[in-house]
Design a protein around this ligand. Structure first.
Ligand SMILES: Cc1cc2nc3c(=O)[nH]c(=O)nc-3n(C[C@H](O)[C@H](O)[C@H](O)COP(=O)(O)O)c2cc1C
Length: 330
């Protein structure tokens, strides 16, 4: 068997396949099943900025109602059991997962604007998280906010999270960043240990029968891996020391091989395990191992980045030239 051990964000993993955030990583029994199947690490479902803010608003509402009564004393709020509520649930899950799993447990926070919610990264670490994944997501509709402003806003969040934690920090991005190479450099300078490329967008859908807007959860296909492959290939050649994880479209061990060859430290998988069950990770690892053996690589580390932009004869294939070639080859 090939040596699959991998260093990601400074964490030592037994295999370069991670179970990314989904409902499967939100419960102990499926977390244990993912670990048994061979996952190198797990990423818990995100604590969303909106969950934190909703909780804060609810607390303020209670205070305001109370203020209407002369005898109101806000102290009892401190004694209210919040265990069934959002943020506490995430903290409890981190504690439960780290107590029961031996692979690294990465907690996730998801937001779009700096605020008090970023402090929860610190709390998740205090609860035991071995790393934090910061998912930056926003649909940018403010006509006065330029792309540069949006990037600045994201960098502020990265710095704020970094300042509060002393464990590895990965930043999960969508592919809608205009100057990704420049942003990757600045994200690293702001304290990101790695990038997770790319989060999927769920667009709008129109239900013609109901004449209503809906949003549909569609699982990915391997075809979507082309976008992470391009950018990981480019960034691996540009950013020494920046961890790179491929997400979106990893459905097999061969998909993992492709991502590792262009330079990914790890791949993350969600749709495949939601569809086929946690044990599918074992099959993916076997496929990865078989390919490495058949191609004379004793370890995943030796295959890593063999096809990054620094190591292929024509790195332009990662860029625009690729598009022209596809057109002219018809
Ligand atoms: C049902 C579901 C829930 C998800 N929840 C989260 C989440 O809480 N936080 C997050 O960063 N990504 C979340 N994701 C995104 C996945 O972690 C992953 O990045 C994405 O599905 C692309 O990977 P895939 O092609 O393997 O599915 C979720 C995806 C699905 C399908």
């Amino acid at each position: 068997m090939a040596d699959l051990t991998t260093s990601y964000l400074g964490l030592d993993l037994r295999a370069p396949i991670i179970a990314s955030a989904s409902p499967l990583t939100g419960q102990l029994d499926s977390l244990l099943a993912l670990e048994r199947a061979g996952a190198g690490a797990v990423v818990l479902p995100s604590l969303f900025q909106e969950e934190v803010e909703a909780e804060e608003m609810a607390a303020v509402d209670m205070m305001e109602v109370g203020d209407g009564f002369a005898e109101f004393d806000s102290a009892p709020l401190a004694g209210i059991d919040m265990s069934g509520m959002g943020t506490q649930h995430h903290l409890d899950l981190v504690a439960e997962a780290t107590a029961n799993l031996s692979v690294p447990v990465i907690a996730s926070v998801n937001g779009s604007r700096k605020g008090g919610w970023v402090d929860y990264a610190k709390e998740l670490v205090a609860a035991g998280a071995n790393g934090i994944e910061l998912n930056l997501f926003s649909v940018n509709t403010d006509e006065t906010e330029s792309s540069a402003d949006v990037e600045e806003r994201y960098l502020e969040i990265i710095s704020a999270v970094r300042a509060g934690i002393d464990v590895p920090l990965a930043v999960k991005l969508s592919q809608h960043i205009t100057g990704l190479s420049a942003f990757a450099l600045r994200a690293q300078q702001a304290g990101a240990d790695g990038l997770v490329l790319f989060n999927r967008f769920y667009g709008a859908e129109v239900d013609l029968d109901a004449m209503a807007l809906t949003s549909k959860l569609a699982l990915s296909t391997s075809d979507e891996l082309r976008y992470p492959l391009r950018w990981i290939g480019i960034l691996r050649a540009q950013r020494e020391g920046l961890g790179l994880a491929a997400t979106s479209g990893v459905h097999s061990g061969l998909d993992a091989v492709k991502a590792i060859l262009v330079g990914a430290d790890v791949v993350c998988t969600t749709s495949e395990v939601l569809h086929a069950g946690p044990e599918r990770i074992g099959g993916m690892i076997a496929e990865l191992d078989e390919w490495l053996d058949a191609h004379g690589y004793p370890s995943a580390n030796e295959a890593r980045a063999a096809m990054s932009a620094a190591n292929v004869p024509d790195p332009g294939q990662f860029e625009r030239a690729q598009y022209m070639k596809v057109i002219t080859s018809r």
